[in-house]
Design a protein around this ligand. Structure first.
Ligand SMILES: NC(=O)c1ccc[n+]([C@@H]2O[C@H](COP(=O)([O-])OP(=O)(O)OC[C@H]3O[C@@H](n4cnc5c(N)ncnc54)[C@H](OP(=O)(O)O)[C@@H]3O)[C@@H](O)[C@H]2O)c1
Length: 221
């Protein structure tokens, strides 16, 4: 299978934008692919508790879209945001949308008075976890509460689906510098990242989802 480095994926993203396909459209396709994979591969999804553990970058943004689609299928979804400031306009837009879905989506943020206890309760009580803490944007030593969230996800008995790449895995080399989510499946976008294909033991089933990148965006990359 042809793989791609995180740097190449960034260039393809930027080229798509120049061709008139903004990142928010690719994000919509990415998040919907995650939700559809869960709906098609797990039985009775509407009866399961889905917990999304999200970071503040575009990996988290993909998961906000997935949460919205899952809510549309009648699934009970809780989204836990491991930070205060969304780093991109696309992630912020999808977060605002999610927060307005007050009847169908629960959100847990760092403003919760007992955030750590609530994080533990939700993650250990989940039937399905969507891991969207980090994708290709992971850098350096893991901070808190991200590090603790990875430990909890790995302690949980839930089916775990990672968005693009298991959080903690180096997307280029496949190394684990500290710790990584161990996933049952990974839905990766456009083409699998080089590091992912080196660590099938951590990634679980790898599903490659097209996200509507114009083929012209790959020219010269
Ligand atoms: N067009 C699209 O929408 C599109 C296309 C392709 C892929 N994607 C998705 O976007 C992802 C890449 O998004 P991204 O570049 O925004 O990066 P990201 O993978 O979402 O990671 C960036 C976030 O992680 C935090 N972070 C990084 N290292 C950390 C550490 N050691 N400890 C704690 N927090 C840390 C950053 O916070 P700080 O900045 O504070 O460090 C930032 O909030 C891909 O993997 C894919 O899922 C989206």
């Amino acid at each position: 299978m042809q793989t791609i480095t995180p740097e190449q994926m960034d260039k393809i993203d930027a080229n798509s934008e120049k061709l008139g396909i903004p990142r928010v459209l690719l994000m919509e396709n990415a998040g919907r692919a995650v939700a559809e994979h869960l709906k098609n591969s797990l039985k009775d999804i509407a009866d399961r508790k889905v917990v999304v553990v999200a970071g503040t970058g575009n990996n988290g943004g993909d998961s906000f879209v997935a949460a919205r689609h899952l809510a549309g299928y009648g699934v009970r979804v809780t989204v836990i945001l491991l930070g205060r400031d969304l780093k991109t306009s696309e992630a912020a837009l999808n977060w605002r949308g999610l927060k307005s879905m007050t009847k169908t989506v629960k959100v847990l943020t760092l403003d919760h008075p007992s955030f750590d206890e609530a994080l533990e309760k939700h993650v250990l009580g989940a039937d399905i976890i969507i891991d969207a803490i980090f994708g290709t944007g992971i850098r350096g030593v893991l901070r808190e509460p991200h590090s603790k969230a990875i430990d909890l996800i790995n302690r949980s008995k839930a089916y775990t689906l990672s968005v693009d790449i298991p959080s903690g895995l180096d997307p280029l080399t496949g190394e684990i510098h500290d710790k990584s989510v161990i996933a049952d499946a990974t839905v990766t976008f456009h083409k699998p990242k080089t590091g992912l294909m080196k660590r099938r033991d951590i990634a679980g089933e790898v599903v490659v989802a097209p996200i509507g990148v114009p083929p012209e965006a790959e020219e010269g990359v």
